[in-house]
Design a protein around this ligand. Structure first.
Ligand SMILES: Cc1cc2nc3c(=O)[nH]c(=O)nc-3n(C[C@H](O)[C@H](O)[C@H](O)COP(=O)(O)OP(=O)(O)OC[C@H]3O[C@@H](n4cnc5c(N)ncnc54)[C@H](O)[C@@H]3O)c2cc1C
Length: 238
């Protein structure tokens, strides 16, 4: 590996991509109907599907939603992955800074409002002045470049990756897989999105909200009836 000095890249990319799934809306209905010994009816009464799923969602009978599972490949800065991985019912595997070198790529919040007003739990954000934007960009670039230069120099000197990486900031990009069942993805969305339809509003970090919106888009494609009914019911976790 060439450890000569490299220019860093500032990026605003945030990506959560569906890479695997198991089950569909019939999996949920089958799990529901076994309790009355009617699971053999799944797929044979499509007109009843909506009503049955509505019953489950409105009455918060959540366990049938555990029979569908989705895996997302996520690429984001470390400060976002720290928030995401607080969701303990998900399963994770992440790239290792002990075994591989990081890329010289760091997050820069180009598309979000910069200035916070209000009190904890109920902040409002406003754009920020040209001066604030200019200074923030300078500060992000200079501090990330400095950290990267020291990281590379330590690698050049033969210092272990697991030690050298300790100087890198939380804007360093990481990649991980997150797998969870549909019940937990709904719980995740209820906490990590802001949505007017939510009966209990949440005010998540802007960056994780962008990723959660991508998760939600995939869920709408895979579970259109469930997601429509969940929204009608105020996005309450099941
Ligand atoms: C807007 C916002 C602000 C936040 N601010 C902070 C903060 O300032 N500081 C901070 O530390 N965290 C903060 N968090 C993280 C938050 O406290 C949770 O850790 C995170 O949202 C995961 O939620 P969860 O525990 O419900 O999810 P999961 O870990 O996925 O758990 C899902 C559900 O399983 C059950 N469960 C899981 N583990 C247990 C357990 N040990 N005991 C009992 N039941 C369990 C619960 O019903 C839980 O809701 C914040 C989250 C949000 C959305």
């Amino acid at each position: 590996m060439d450890h000569s000095l490299q220019q860093i890249e500032l990026s605003s990319a945030l990506s959560a991509m569906l890479v695997d799934s198991m089950g569909d809306e019939n999996s949920i209905l089958r799990a529901m109907l076994v309790s009355t010994d009617q699971d053999n009816l799944v797929g044979r009464q499509p007109k009843k599907s909506r009503g049955r799923l509505k019953f489950l969602i409105e009455n918060r009978h959540g366990s049938p939603f555990e029979h569908a599972t989705l895996t997302f490949s996520v690429h984001c800065p470390i400060f976002v992955s720290r928030e995401w991985m607080r969701h303990r019912v998900q399963s994770f595997n992440e790239q290792s800074g002990r075994y591989v070198e990081y890329e010289p790529k760091f997050y820069w919040p180009e598309y979000r409002p910069l200035v916070q007003e209000g009190k904890p739990g109920k902040y409002q954000f406003v754009e920020g002045s040209r001066y604030q934007w200019g200074y923030a960009h300078l500060a992000f670039h200079a501090s990330c470049q400095t950290a990267w230069d020291h990281y590379q120099e330590m690698l050049n000197q033969g210092i272990a990756k697991e030690v050298a990486r300790m100087v890198l900031p939380v804007t360093t990009y990481t990649s991980f897989y997150a797998t969870a069942n549909l019940r937990n993805w709904l719980h995740f969305l209820s906490l990590r999105t802001t949505d007017d339809r939510a009966s209990v509003p949440s005010y998540p970090l802007w960056e994780i909200n962008q990723l959660a919106a991508q998760v939600e888009g995939a869920l709408v494609d895979e579970f259109p009836l469930v997601m429509g009914l969940w929204n009608e019911n105020g996005r309450v976790p099941v």
